[in-house]
Design a protein around this ligand. Structure first.
Ligand code: ADP
Length: 258
């Protein structure tokens, strides 16, 4: 009998092509529930494509992605798996949240409405319930006093905190972080990363994170996966990967970015 828990995320022989360009090449990996996994690697190695597949913004060319044991990319039809239709994708993606580089807040809505919108319209929470949850989350991210502001009145760091609160309001099983500090002024980066580290430590959310912040990756990750040309070339705990990488390409990459 196996005691290995069902992975929260599983990529099984995933291929993604854009035309003739094979961006992900027979990719197999798993992420355990509650794990924090960081994806690193050169530009164009396929990291963002992985997040976009999980967000169902792209479809796999081959292979299967499962989240919480349920196929995301496919549906069961009898004994067979067939490519998922839009309705299945929409249902599946409710389990997954994402925080983007550019925040992507609704500019014409208050901070509070930015957070309550999806819980009310997608999850079917009552407005009062959604608002109570939003206020708690804004407190958590240090913006309890800014509920009624419009996003444009906030700093980039504060806007990103709102985006994090918005993602958490959907109670995702998996949270995807795509270069979430790249658009921030340098002095605002540490605060946002500290907040994410706290959330990772205090919740059971599973994280997949693409970042150039190697210090952060080293501090918070349970595992780091190094990508090159759409393949995982090294997968190790951060202490090992950052101090004693096995692969020459990992070493070269780290020398270039550290
Ligand atoms: P990374 O995040 O590691 O920089 P990406 O996943 O963004 O890499 O990109 C991997 C490859 O996929 C690149 O060669 C990129 O040009 C290509 N690619 C990504 N999205 C598209 C798209 N929508 N259409 C065509 N090619 C794409």
């Amino acid at each position: 009998m196996s005691h290995t828990p069902e992975p929260m995320v599983r990529f099984d022989g995933v291929v993604k092509r854009f035309g003739d360009n094979v961006v992900l090449d027979q990719l197999d990996f798993t992420v355990a529930p509650g794990e924090f996994v960081t994806l690193i690697g050169p530009s164009g190695s396929g990291k963002t494509t992985i997040l976009r597949l999980l967000m169902t913004l792209e479809r796999v060319s081959e292979g299967v992605i499962t989240v919480g044991g349920e196929p995301l990319s496919h549906m069961r039809r009898g004994d067979r798996l067939v490519p998922a239709d839009d309705k299945h994708l929409a249902a599946a993606r409710r389990r997954i949240g994402m925080v983007f580089q550019q925040f992507n807040l609704f500019p014409n809505m208050s901070v509070l409405r930015n957070i309550t919108e999806a819980p009310v319209h997608v999850l079917g929470l009552s407005p009062a319930e959604a608002e109570a949850r939003a206020r708690d989350l804004l407190e958590l991210v240090g913006l309890g006093d800014r509920c009624d502001e419009h996003p444009s009145r906030l700093s980039g760091g504060q806007q990103q905190r709102v985006a994090i609160a918005r993602a958490l309001a959907m109670r995702p099983d998996v949270l995807l972080l795509d270069e979430v500090t790249s658009a921030l002024d340098p002095e605002l980066v540490a605060g946002v990363l500290d907040l994410l580290g706290d959330i990772a430590r205090t919740t059971d959310i599973t994280f997949l994170c693409v970042t150039h912040e190697m210090g952060f990756a080293r501090q918070v990750s349970d595992r780091v996966m190094m990508f090159d040309h759409g393949r995982v070339i090294e997968d190790a705990p951060p202490e090992q990967l950052f101090t004693d990488p096995r692969e020459p390409r990992t070493r070269e990459f780290l020398q270039a970015v550290l």
